[in-house]
Design a binder for this molecule. Structure first.
Ligand code: ADP
Ligand code: ADP
Ligand code: ZN
Ligand code: ZN
Length: 762
């Protein structure tokens, strides 16, 4: 009898987790139904990611890696086994997250979705005249790329105004580029060549001298070497030398300092040869229906579908149909406003995530676990229905779909909901509810109560203290937009994805009003040692307090100095470099990850060591420290709702939404500022949104102006002023559809946002 074959079938229908303890999970046991859509809900910090990402996804990846040979395994990232007694019946997991898609400028929407390769085949068969087989239409292939820009569409050139000061002579510092500045070796090659008068200002050079100075090349010039005897050098003009060393080389091979110095003296512009089309003349000469391949790729997806549908040629028709089928998937997920030539590095996190979904839908994989991190990010309520369709399609192909989500309309699609809580951090870590959406809505859980509620729009609007205007904005899709942003109130900028919200607010408004403070979700501090405690600046007072109470040296309480564990240098982990393999990190056995040398822990303040104190949550720390400076600074963490973070937790473990709130903590006591926030509700439960809006209200009441880009109807109805963009996305958007109070928005006949708001209020 083999135990596995006799195991009850029901087990194989569920992912089984027993005794999970990652982060705040409290010996959690769960059965997650397979081939279903399972949505994880719960307040921010309740433990959703700890289950889905840190336990399920990590273990699937680890088990998958174990199936490879030693040789391959050593080339894969290392995963530690998650802290749990049992994790069973997993399937290979694919995490579809919001990490932006690479910074590589050769990656476009077309290349990433593979639609570009289909269009290349179309041109190789039907283009007139045909340039050859399909790689000659690829800007990433030497056969197709524009020779001037190597297929990048843009060129980097020396900006002489930044490179040189022509009022000065070589001797008094005419070369502004530090690596070539007066006294350096490259400077000597020119100044001591005998070709120029080193005391003569550059603007007095003759035409010949100037050309020689910048572009001369190849001939030998005499030079004194250090022994005083004559030597010879090949002369090279300054621009020639700069381009050879800094532009024609792989920039990643340069040191950070050289790269920064070079960046300061160049400017980037559209390639003069291909005018941004990236391809060589031969590829661009080939046309279908009057358009070349670059013209087609510049069309928005919606229009491209129309253009391809018009292809009647019998050879081309099936190829065009294959491209259209894939383009329809982009359209179906609300990305019809993108063009295939759009660089993926310029997409928002939400757009990147939806593109990744499209890629997976095209695959025929089945029996996988797909894991989504708040897929509604960046999506207007109008588009949520389409997102739900895609999730259902993935499930119906025989996959398990796990979704971390807060949006009531996405929660609606769940076959099964697991609600984490009841609170955040140490107050969470349990599954407080499991069942259907109906049952959740009727339950006494916080999520259930939030789903049942329905509140009216704000009735008492604040009076603006003035107006901040933007006139004639035409960037991206904006159509000569003039918008007025009221000062001293809370404004929500709304509209479907691609309507132009980020362009108007994050690009145009912030450029016109540079004093505006953008509070975004980007990473803070790159050091592995930064933590909430270092961020709010309490490490110094904390060390002094410990020193005063214990009589020990304050430096002892720093894991960056005298207190550092000697085994791991205060890193808490040991990095082991192995030949031919990735470095392996293991927990430091000497300090057990605490980063401190053991004797430091003997010094206690009111019964706690420095390590104990750094393990306190912001909420616990508030009670522990009556001292004014510490208390005030720790209070700001609690005020922005981060009560559950521990003081010493690495900042790298924070989600985007948490990073945004910790940045807000820094701003709480300022006044007269303009704050700009892009989708601050990301990662927030409906109950957390209340805390956030209270916080924004508080900033406004203190005399600040707050502008948010938002889709969350709970924020929109509580704003003083709405600027709604649209009506559609891309070329179909870019206009102000409505400006006014949320109460008046309810009456707007044209706004898609208004239609959704009407459904959400009583
Ligand atoms: P959610 O996904 O529900 O927002 P998480 O699973 O991310 O919650 O976090 C649960 C708790 O675990 C929080 O208190 C969080 O601060 C903590 N946590 C998450 N990652 C780490 C980490 N790397 N180190 C320490 N604590 C962490
Ligand atoms: P929203 O914030 O409302 O989702 P965006 O301002 O991001 O809209 O986009 C408005 C339009 O501008 C869209 O058609 C989008 O594709 C385009 N766009 C946005 N960023 C860029 C960029 N960096 N390069 C080219 N087009 C862009
Ligand atoms: Zn070019
Ligand atoms: Zn150590």
């Amino acid at each position: 009898m083999t135990p596995t074959s006799d195991a009850p079938a029901v087990h194989r229908d569920h992912i089984v987790i027993k005794g999970a303890r990652e982060n705040n999970l409290r010996d959690l046991s769960l059965r997650i139904p397979k081939e279903k859509i399972v949505v994880f809900t719960g307040v921010s910090g309740s433990g959703k990611s700890s289950v889905v990402f840190d336990t399920v996804a990590v273990e699937s990846q680890r088990q998958l890696n174990e199936t490879f040979t030693w040789f391959i395994r050593n080339r894969l990232p290392k995963y530690e086994r998650p802290d749990a007694d049992v994790i069973d019946h997993l399937a290979p997991a694919i995490v579809v997250d919001q990490k932006p898609i690479g910074g590589n400028s050769r990656s476009t929407v077309g290349t990433m979705t593979d639609i570009y390769s289909v269009i290349r085949v179309l041109f190789s068969r039907c283009g007139e005249p045909s340039a050859g087989d399909s790689s000659v239409y690829s800007f990433n292939d030497p056969q197709g790329m524009c020779p001037e820009c190597d297929g990048l569409g843009r060129v980097v050139r020396v900006d002489l105004d930044k490179f040189l000061d022509t009022t000065k002579s070589l001797d008094d510092g005419a070369i502004l580029f530090p690596p070539f500045a007066t006294g350096t070796y490259p400077w000597q090659l020119v100044a001591e060549s005998g070709l120029f008068d080193p005391g003569k200002p550059l603007r007095d050079y003759t035409r010949e001298e100037w050309d020689l100075f910048l572009y001369g090349k190849g001939f030998r010039v005499p030079r004194l070497n250090h022994t005083g005897s004559m030597g010879h050098n090949a002369y090279e003009g300054l621009v020639e030398r700069f381009e050879r060393l800094y532009i024609k080389r792989d920039l990643s091979a340069l040191s950070e300092r050289s790269r920064q110095a070079a960046a300061g003296v160049v400017s980037e512009r559209t390639c003069p040869e291909c005018v941004g089309a990236r391809l060589n003349a031969k590829a661009l000469a080939s046309r279908i229906g009057g358009r070349n391949i670059a013209d087609l790729c510049a069309l928005e997806v919606g229009d491209l579908i129309g253009a391809l549908a018009g292809i009647g040629d019998p050879v081309g028709r099936p190829i065009a149909a294959a491209a259209v089928e894939r383009l329809r998937r982009l359209e179906a997920i609300g990305l019809s406003y993108l063009s295939l030539d759009r660089q993926t590095s310029t997409l928002s996190g939400g757009e990147a995530q939806r593109l990744k979904v499209v890629r997976h839908l095209g695959s025929s994989l089945t029996g996988m676990t797909y894991i989504f991190d708040e897929p509604s990010t960046g999506m207007h309520p109008r588009d949520i229905g389409r997102l739900n369709d895609l999730l259902r399609q993935l499930r119906d192909k025989g996959n398990t779909v796990l979704v971390v989500e807060h949006d009531p309309d996405v929660i609606e699609v769940a076959d099964h909901v697991i609600d984490m809580g009841p609170g955040a951090g140490t107050r969470g870590g349990e599954a407080v509810f499991q069942g259907t959406v109906e049952q959740l809505r009727a339950s006494a859980t916080l999520t259930g109560r939030c789903l049942r509620r329905s509140a009216p729009v704000k009735a008492d609007f604040r009076e603006p203290s003035g107006w901040l205007t933007v006139t004639g904005a035409a960037l991206h899709n904006l159509k000569d937009v003039t918008a007025r942003f009221p000062a001293g109130v809370l404004t929500a900028v709304t509209g479907v994805a691609g309507s132009g919200k980020s362009t108007l607010v994050s690009r145009v408004f912030t450029a016109a009003h540079p004093e505006a403070i953008v509070v975004d979700q980007s990473a803070i501090g790159t050091s592995r040692r930064s933590s909430p405690a270092t961020y709010i600046g309490i490490m110094d007072p904390l060390r002094r307090l410990f020193a005063k109470a214990t009589g020990a040296d304050p430096g002892l309480f720093s894991h960056n100095s005298k207190g550092a564990c000697p085994d791991c240098d205060g890193n808490g982990v040991i990095f082991t470099d192995l030949a031919f393999m990735d470095p392996v990190t293991t927990l430091c056995q000497a300090c057990h990850g605490t980063r401190y040398r053991p004797e430091v822990l003997r010094h206690r303040l009111r019964g706690r060591s420095i390590v104990d104190v750094l393990a306190l949550t912001a909420e616990e720390a508030l009670d522990f420290f009556p001292e004014k400076t510490l208390h005030t600074r720790i209070r700001t963490l609690n005020e922005v709702g981060l009560t559950y973070l521990t003081l010493g937790q690495p900042l790298s473990s924070l989600s985007g939404g948490e990073r945004q709130r910790i940045k807000l903590a820094d701003q709480l006591h300022r006044t007269g500022q303009i704050y700009v926030l892009d989708e601050p509700t990301t990662g927030l439960h409906m109950a957390d949104v209340d805390t956030l809006v209270a916080l924004l209200d508080r900033l406004v009441d203190a005399g600040n102006t707050v502008i948010v880009i938002e889709h969350d109807l709970d924020v929109i109805r509580r704003a003083d002023w709405i600027i709604d963009l649209g009506p559609g996305g891309g070329e179909h958007g870019g206009r102000v559809v409505f400006e006014g109070t949320p109460a008046r928005l309810l009456e707007s006949p044209d706004s898609i946002t208004a239609a959704h708001l009407r459904k959400a209020v009583p």
